[in-house]
Design a binder for this molecule. Structure first.
Ligand code: NIG
Ligand code: FE
Length: 405
């Protein structure tokens, strides 16, 4: 029988609901297998339960939070786009670069040219940076392969990372990210292919959700709808890169399909906010892309808040619009740039991030949920959104097991 572990002498920020930090002094977590069996102040723990603890871990009064959830990344790719960054600094804009064949397409070429081992090594290195900062659940999108073979390779590499690293990986099929060169001028035909590949990728166990880039430089709402219809036929949940550079009414379209999340959302309208509220769709804000593209249009945080649309935050790590690898920096930028509160920001990288992936078994320290938690060299959880540029994470437990370096 597996040992039951007692983690004690902690200051817990349970985030048990959305109303506060859920602070517990002299807190303890009783962990059985990969689950939290009991959470609270040690003195309140029933003696019978305490007697079950086979191993004890004294946390020395440290702060403990749920493990972090990065619910939107494009971690598997080849090459980098520092040259494009320089071009943008000289005045070219992201959309212009994309239209002239650079942008996503240049990463597609670099990804196709990479062998599996090289792709895996790059994605593993990046995942390890996120993990060192307390990430225990990571979403990884495809979208730099754009052929059946290359999308399949990228999704398989994401799955492989989940199998070899102590973290949960959720995969998202983003075939509708850009038009590959072999489909130049034939966007509708490419969407037909994206939909046709979906059953095979799903049958291979490679797809947890389906995403698309609905934008002037991406796909139209009508094309996006076709992708969503194909996903629905397979019972797959959808997500959407929506209203990043312009308002396409993408959020309302995604909400119509019960989307788990709509992501970016700088140009989201009131009607879009309303549709998301009704559908229970999470708003995933991506301050890294906002910052790195030097966007000035702010996402409608006040409206989302007023309509009680849950807000998540993610790194959106990718080589074009957000090459950063720090979820804590995203939390900080969500406060400074988007005027979110530290509590909202921390919920955004824990419970709400989990919800954006359709995961209800994590993101809070509550009995019955997964034993995913991070131990910090901090006094109060509001510091998670305060410090930036250094890593205060000291220990991480994922699925009940402590990670070793
Ligand atoms: O989330 N907007 C579309 N996709 C990515 C960027 C991809 C790229 O530039 O390579 C994003 O920002
Ligand atoms: Fe993205």
């Amino acid at each position: 029988m597996a040992t039951t572990h007692l983690w004690h002498n902690a200051r817990l920020a349970t985030l048990a609901d959305d109303t506060g930090w859920g602070l517990v002094e002299h807190g303890a977590l009783l962990v059985q297998d990969d689950r939290l069996l009991w959470v609270g102040a040690l003195d309140d723990m029933p003696a019978a339960l305490r007697a079950q603890a086979g191993a004890q871990h004294d946390l020395g009064g440290a702060l403990v939070t749920p493990g972090l959830v990065d619910c939107h990344t494009h971690l598997v790719y080849g090459g980098q786009r520092a040259g494009e960054f320089e071009m943008r600094l000289q005045g070219l804009d992201y959309a212009e670069i994309a239209r002239s064949g650079g942008g996503i397409r240049s990463t597609v070429a670099a990804t196709r040219a990479c062998g599996d081992a090289e792709l895996l090594a790059g994605a593993r290195r990046r995942a390890q940076v996120l993990m060192a900062e307390g990430v225990t659940t990571l979403e990884i999108k495809s979208g730099y392969g754009l052929s059946l073979l290359d999308e399949s390779r990228c999704l398989s590499i994401a799955r492989q990372l989940g199998a070899e690293l102590p973290l949960t990986v959720r995969t998202t099929y983003l075939g509708a990210h850009a038009i590959p060169p072999e489909f130049d001028g034939r966007a509708d035909d490419y969407i037909t292919a994206v939909c046709a590949w979906m059953p095979a990728l799903h049958a291979a166990g490679l797809v947890d959700a389906v995403d698309a880039f609905c934008e002037n430089i991406g796909f139209s709402p009508a094309q996006t709808r076709r992708v969503f219809v194909a996903a629905r036929a397979l019972g797959l949940p959808v997500k959407l890169h929506a209203e990043q550079l312009s308002d396409q009414d993408g959020a309302a379209l995604a909400a119509e399909f019960g989307a788990l999340s709509c992501d970016h959302l700088e140009y989201l309208s009131d009607a879009g906010v309303d549709a998301m509220r009704v559908a229970g769709t999470v708003a995933v804000l991506l301050p890294g892309a906002y910052y790195f593209l030097r966007e000035t249009q702010l996402p409608p945080v006040a409206e989302l808040r007023a309509q009680q649309v849950p807000i998540a935050l993610a790194s959106d790590h990718n080589p074009g619009s957000s090459p950063g690898l720090s979820l804590l920096l995203m939390a900080n930028m969500a406060c400074t740039l988007f005027r979110m509160t530290p509590l909202e920001a921390v919920l955004g990288i824990t419970a709400h991030g989990a919800r954006a992936l359709g995961l209800t078994d994590r993101g809070r320290l509550v009995a019955g949920l997964r034993a995913d938690f991070a131990v910090w060299d901090l006094e109060h959880p509001n510091e998670l959104a305060y410090w930036f540029g250094h890593n205060p994470c000291r220990r991480v437990v994922a699925g009940g097991i402590e990670r070793t370096a």
